[in-house]
Structure formats: structure tokens, C-alpha cells
Unconditional design. Structure first.
Length: 310
């Protein structure tokens, strides 16, 4: 679909699961429920962190950033996917498609960097607990969070907006949304330089933060093994377990998507993987952090009791 209504605007058809109407209907219902859970769960975390003074610590400051990010991440694509499920021929303009791709890529990189910042926070808390309050002050926390958001913008949005994309032939995207890899497979312009840049950027935004997280938890493990009390072991693992679970979910799927050799076509497996880090992980984050965290559960019951007048 090269143009529409006599204009030169390029439009794309998002195929999704259009070949399987029944599966697409089930998928859309599950997607809607997961989106509602994501918004409610992350909104609750933000509310609890704002409400409970004991949660005004560096760890929960970064968690509030992550919750806000997850809400933005899913909102950047899920409403469009749900609308496409209702359309006979789901189309999206080139401008909207590039904007959606850049936004999703940007927010994904922010999450990579934020998870690394959270690993540093946990490392300082366990390795150097006596100086934790002074080392992880509000200024450093704000700097780490702000740097994550700003650096991700320079590494993703700027290259995407300067990318020389030209499309020819049938403009069908075999995906639910404008995923970067799916869109690049349709381009007929010479993107060898850009693809090399993308590999380097992927290594910088995926592998480098992941290596930093692994190194941080290596130091944490050494510090925990030196602890003599069982209570210290339990506290250390409880504060790190949630973060490690989120890291495994997000990085495992993202690295398998962007750092592995790519075929010339998009498979259903690729769609499932992109849904995992784009939708499943943001939905699971509130459950992981709330179910494994005594402070969060305590703040929830206190808030509930206060609203009920107890």
C-alpha cells in the first residue's frame, strides 16, 4: 500500500494474526486484560511509594521510575494493537509507524539502563551498608535516573530519525506493531551502515548494562558469603531476588531478539518474543516486586486500612 487518497504518504498493513481470526480474537482479549493489569499494578506501586514515607528510599525511587516507564512502554503499542484487532484492514501511516518504533525502542533502552542503575543501588546497599545513605543520596539517584532517560534518547531516537528509510513493493508488516526489526526487513534502501551501527548500539545498550549487572551481583554474592548471620543472607536475597527475576525476564527475551542472527522474514516466534519483553514483563513487574516485598505489602495494608477508616 504505497499511497492512499491520492497522497504520497506511505501506509503499512499490520498483519498480526490475521491469518488466524479465532486466535487473534483470543489474543486481543488476553492483551486487553494484561494491559489493564499492567496499568493498575504499576499505578498502585507509584501510589504506595508516594504514600508511604518508609518507601522514600533510593531502591523505591528507581522502582517508581521503572513502574512509570512500564506504563509508558505498554501504552506506546498496546492501544494501537487493540484498535487493529477491530479493523478489517489494520493500516498505519509511515510517520505513525516510525514514531511508534522510535518510542518503543527508546523506552526499551531506558529500561535496560534503569535495571543497571538498580543493580548498582543493591550492590552499594549490601557491599557498603554503612555508607549507603551518603553514597546513594538524592543527587546521585536523580543523576542516574536522568542519565538513563537522556542517554537512551541519544542512542535510539536520534539515529532512528536520521535513518534513510525507503520502502518499495507491498508494505505488509508481519507483526502486531511497528517493531524495528520487522520494519527494517521491508526497507529497500541501503542500510548496511545503519545495521552495523544498530549491532554496536545493541551491544552498548543490552550487553554492557547486562555485564554491569552480572558484575554487581558478583560483588553482592561475595559480600553475602562473608556474612555470618543467616538473617543477613535472607535479607540480602529478598532485596535482590525481585530485581534478578525482572532482569532475567527482560534481558533474556531482548537479547534473544536483537543479538541473535536474523532471518529475512519475521516468524511467529519473533512476535511472541517481542510480546514477552514489551507486554509480559511490564505486567509481571508489579506482581514480582509486591509479592516478594514485605515493605510494599505493609504499605498496601496500611493504605487499605486508612481508606477503610480502621
Amino acid at each position: 500500500m504505497g499511497s492512499q487518497n491520492g497522497t504520497d504518504e506511505v501506509y503499512f498493513v499490520l498483519l498480526g494474526l490475521s491469518r488466524y481470526p479465532r486466535a487473534q480474537a483470543i489474543f486481543c482479549c488476553l492483551l486487553f486484560l494484561s494491559y489493564i493489569v499492567t496499568l493498575l499494578g504499576n499505578s498502585l506501586i507509584l501510589l504506595l511509594i508516594c504514600y508511604a514515607p518508609r518507601l522514600h528510599t533510593p531502591m523505591y525511587f528507581f522502582l517508581s521510575n521503572l513502574s512509570f516507564l512500564d506504563m509508558c512502554y505498554t501504552t506506546s503499542s498496546v492501544p494501537q494493537i487493540l484498535l487493529n484487532c477491530l479493523a478489517a484492514t489494520p493500516v498505519i501511516s509511515r510517520g505513525q509507524c516510525v514514531a511508534q518504533m522510535a518510542t518503543g525502542l527508546y523506552l526499551g533502552v531506558v529500561e535496560c539502563l534503569l535495571l543497571a542503575a538498580m543493580a548498582y543501588d543493591r550492590c552499594v546497599a549490601i557491599v557498603d551498608p554503612l555508607r549507603y545513605a551518603t553514597r546513594m543520596g538524592p543527587r546521585l539517584c536523580g543523576l542516574l535516573a536522568g542519565t538513563s532517560w537522556a542517554t537512551a534518547f541519544l542512542l535510539t531516537v536520534v539515529p532512528v530519525l536520521t535513518m534513510p528509510l525507503e520502502f518499495c513493493g507491498r508494505q505488509d508488516i508481519n507483526h502486531f506493531s511497528c517493531e524495528l526489526l520487522a520494519l527494517l526487513k521491508l526497507a529497500c534502501s541501503d542500510l548496511h551502515v545503519y545495521k552495523s551501527l544498530m549491532v554496536g548500539t545493541s551491544a552498548l545498550t543490552l550487553l554492557a548494562p547486562f555485564a554491569f549487572i552480572v558484575a554487581s551481583y558478583g560483588r553482592i554474592l561475595v559480600a553475602v558469603l562473608r556474612m555470618r548471620s543467616t538473617e543477613g543472607h535472607s535479607k540480602a536475597f529478598s532485596t535482590c531476588g525481585s530485581h534478578l527475576t525482572v532482569v532475567a525476564l527482560f534481558y533474556g527475551t531482548a537479547i534473544s531478539m536483537y543479538m541473535m542472527p536474523q532471518d529475512k522474514i519475521i516468524h511467529d516466534r519473533d512476535k511472541i518474543i517481542s510480546m514477552s519483553y514489551g507486554i509480559l514483563t511490564p505486567m509481571m513487574n508489579p506482581l514480582i516486586y509486591s509479592l516478594r516485598n514485605k515493605d510494599m505489602k505493609g504499605a498496601f495494608w496500611r493504605l487499605l486500612g486508612r481508606k477503610a477508616g480502621f
